[in-house]
Design a protein around this ligand. Structure first.
Ligand SMILES: C[S@@+](CC[C@H](N)C(=O)[O-])C[C@H]1O[C@@H](n2cnc3c(N)ncnc32)[C@H](O)[C@@H]1O
Length: 217
């Protein structure tokens, strides 16, 4: 299965043999999780989406595929997700939804699954600052962060962990901006333009704007 550039970048970041369970939440057609199953990244891979029809289609497709990996497909609201296997290491992937909603999903997953060894691999659409805030609130640190461009749009990918982080997570990203190339500069310019507009009516946007402006060299 050929993935889009964004989903392929996410797939490439998932290590083999580290996680007992990988959860592709908001999986939509489930292409990312299907590739993770085909490339045997973990013994258990789960498709989660709130839309039952999507889950039915995925179940039909996966049932026709021979797989050495255990998989489940559940129509479920992520805010109600209960992770199985409490002591096992788990990777939660949330991609393609807004940064504010991603932050709410992080809240719900962490609160509902308090003793779990959970890492997050995230690719929010806009408002990534809010997503980063939620991760920092729960003391997640950084494993990796990257920018990926698809259809002329640039997205942040954040790979975060509490137990295995290699550095602190920043509200605006750090690794992301080094070295600065045209993709980073264009993305930063768009972020700043958006925040300049928002700052006319929002103190929060003003605060964020000041942080991003520090990145202009
Ligand atoms: C734009 S798609 C993203 C698909 C894929 N992850 C990607 O990045 O291309 C967003 C998906 O999130 C699902 N979704 C939205 N809210 C959800 C929730 N509360 N729980 C589970 N899935 C949800 C939608 O049904 C939809 O399939």
């Amino acid at each position: 299965m050929k993935l889009s550039q964004r989903l392929q970048t996410l797939a490439d970041l998932v290590p083999r043999g580290v996680y007992a369970h990988i959860w592709d939440c908001c999986c939509d057609h489930g292409f990312l999780a299907s590739v993770l199953i085909a490339t045997k990244r973990a013994p258990n891979v789960h498709f989660i989406d709130i839309v039952p029809e999507l889950i039915e289609k995925i179940t039909l497709r996966q049932s026709m595929t021979n797989s050495a990996v255990n998989w489940t497909a559940q129509a479920c609201d992520i805010t109600r997700l209960r992770l199985s296997d409490s002591n096992a290491s788990q990777l939660i992937i949330i991609a393609g939804v807004g940064g504010e909603l991603t932050a709410q999903f992080i809240d719900a997953i962490v609160v509902n699954n308090p003793s779990k060894d959970i890492d997050f691999l995230l690719c929010p659409v806009r408002d990534v600052y809010r997503t980063r805030q939620a991760l920092i609130n729960y003391e997640f640190g950084l494993l990796d962060e990257q920018l990926v461009t698809e259809n002329k749009r640039t997205y942040e990918i954040i790979y975060a962990s509490r137990q295995h982080a290699i550095q602190a997570l920043s509200l605006i990203g750090e690794q992301l901006w080094q070295p600065q190339n045209s993709i980073q500069l264009n993305y930063l310019a768009r972020l700043i333009k958006h925040l300049q507009n928002a700052a006319q009516t929002s103190e929060e946007a003003k605060k964020q704007l000041a942080l991003y402006q520090q990145l202009i060299k």
